[in-house]
Design a protein around this ligand. Structure first.
Ligand code: PLP
Length: 446
């Protein structure tokens, strides 16, 4: 008996998957236990140049292929440090992608700079270089391309535009540990690359971040910014408690650094599992009319932090608005036991923060710096139609990370086939009070 004859779980049938079909991320091995225990045994649990932090910086610089690396408390702080190191200040504009996590843009606000957004490419969902130059003006200082969900941005095109306009580039590689663009690891292409070590990311330390560069001056500036701007005496190597510039407290700690080092030992094999799982889904889901799997250009390496699919109801043969169709199949698949649901629900510029432009109290800073000169920032979502269309039509199929493998992928595919055999039944339940998504345990966040 084929799946096509079965009543959907959302209409009272039996679900195809159980929660126990899914294994949780991260995968903890004896390497994690060994390195974390070594920290506890050493008695050294913190310090900007402490052994685990220093080793993580050496190992990550070598892995990415940059001369230097600094570890930080978060990916967001690595981005903020990068902007500060690049000399960005009040009223400067920082360009990033309209489809990303908030931190790609809020890091600019943390430096009193103003985020400007560029719409995305309809196939890769990364910043569209063809729309980049229109966002550049005399106030622009930095471009932050985002390697979205594990797929590299089109760095050749972006770097060429940056060179032409003499702009600084900070790669937001927080979702793309080990991804490659034309044979180069992302995070090594712009003058600074940044990564997150948060628990959900392909390389995890619980929390934490990484800042990569080849430039010794940027390394030194980053080191100062990471620790209050405090100078260290060159002869005695002691802090002199004399801040030369404005800095922050962005040092990482030994326990997260040790965990990240142990996870790094398994990053390539874990990415290979994600890629194999994603390739299976892309091959099988791609056969289902109206399912649009993620695209990866031939000379890119996608590391699938998230597995993103889009829906096209017309291609599925049903007469239903795209957004409603997406919601209906998400709910039906969730009831079949799939962990599925959206990540970002809006383009970042459509978020309330940008619509209200309330940054620091009611002052309208930093926007007010330029608004006083007659410059307007309206963040009208209509300026980002491709990102908006993506947010209407996409969902995330969770669980492609290790320890999950082909057996789970086959069940996921079977659930799609089951729902596609009764799409009208799914659409009839589009308004049911069901809230799809992954639970916190799946990504180790409790
Ligand atoms: C996760 C993430 C960040 C921020 O990283 P944190 O470690 O959570 O601060 C920044 N940019 C993108 C694109 C991210 O996904």
């Amino acid at each position: 008996m084929g799946a096509s004859s079965q009543t959907l779980a959302i209409a009272g049938g039996q679900p195809l998957l159980r929660r126990s079909d899914y294994g949780n991320w991260p995968v903890i091995t004896n390497d994690d236990r060994r390195l974390v225990n070594a920290v506890l045994d050493s008695g050294i649990v913190a310090g900007g140049t402490a052994p685990q932090a220093a080793a993580l910086e050496r190992e990550w610089a070598a892995y990415i292929g940059t001369k230097y690396c600094l570890t930080t408390v978060s990916g967001t702080s690595a981005l903020h440090m990068a902007l500060a190191a690049a000399g960005v200040g009040p009223g400067d504009e920082v360009i990033t992608s309209a489809f990303t996590f908030l931190a790609s843009a809020s890091c600019a606000l943390h430096q009193n700079a103003i985020p400007v957004f560029v719409d995305i490419d309809p196939r890769t969902y990364c910043m569209d270089p063809a729309k980049l130059e229109a966002a550049i003006n005399e106030r622009t200082k930095v471009i932050i391309p985002v390697h979205i969900q594990g797929l590299p941005a089109d760095m050749d095109a972006i770097m060429a535009i940056a060179r032409k306009h003499k702009l600084f580039v900070i790669e937001d590689a927080c979702q793309a540990h080990g991804a490659e663009y034309k044979g180069r690891k992302v995070g090594s292409i712009g003058p600074i690359g940044t990564f997150s070590l948060n628990n959900t990311k392909n390389l995890c330390g619980g929390e934490g971040g990484l800042f990569n560069t080849d430039d010794e001056a940027l390394l030194q500036k980053g080191t100062l910014i990471r620790c209050f701007g405090d100078e260290v005496d060159e002869v005695s190597h002691r802090r002199v408690y004399n801040a030369s510039i404005l800095g922050y407290m962005y040092r990482n700690q030994e326990l997260p650094a040790a965990l990240a080092r142990a996870q790094l030992m398994h990053l390539d094999e874990n990415n290979a599992v994600r890629i194999a799982n994603a390739n299976t889904l892309t091959r099988e889901l791609g056969k289902i009319p109206g399912v649009i799997p993620p695209y990866c250009p031939p000379d890119y390496k996608h590391v699938y932090w998230m597995y993103n699919i889009r829906f096209d109801p017309k291609a599925a043969g049903v007469d239903c608005p795209t957004r409603r169709f997406r919601i209906a199949v998400e709910k039906a698949l969730y009831r079949e036991g799939l962990l599925i649901g959206q990540w970002q629900t809006l383009p970042v510029p459509a978020q309330d923060l940008f619509q209200s432009r309330l940054g620091y109290g009611s002052s309208h800073y930093p926007w007010a710096v330029n608004e006083a000169k007659g410059i307007r920032y309206d963040y009208n979502p209509d300026q980002f139609p491709v990102a908006q269309a993506l947010c209407d039509s996409y969902t995330i199929v969770y669980g492609i990370h290790p320890p999950n493998g082909q057996a789970l992928m086959e069940k996921i595919v079977a659930a799609f086939q089951k729902v596609w055999a009764r799409l009208d039944e799914a659409i009839a339940h589009a308004d049911d009070a069901i809230y799809p998504g992954a639970d916190g345990k799946l990504l180790g966040t409790g």
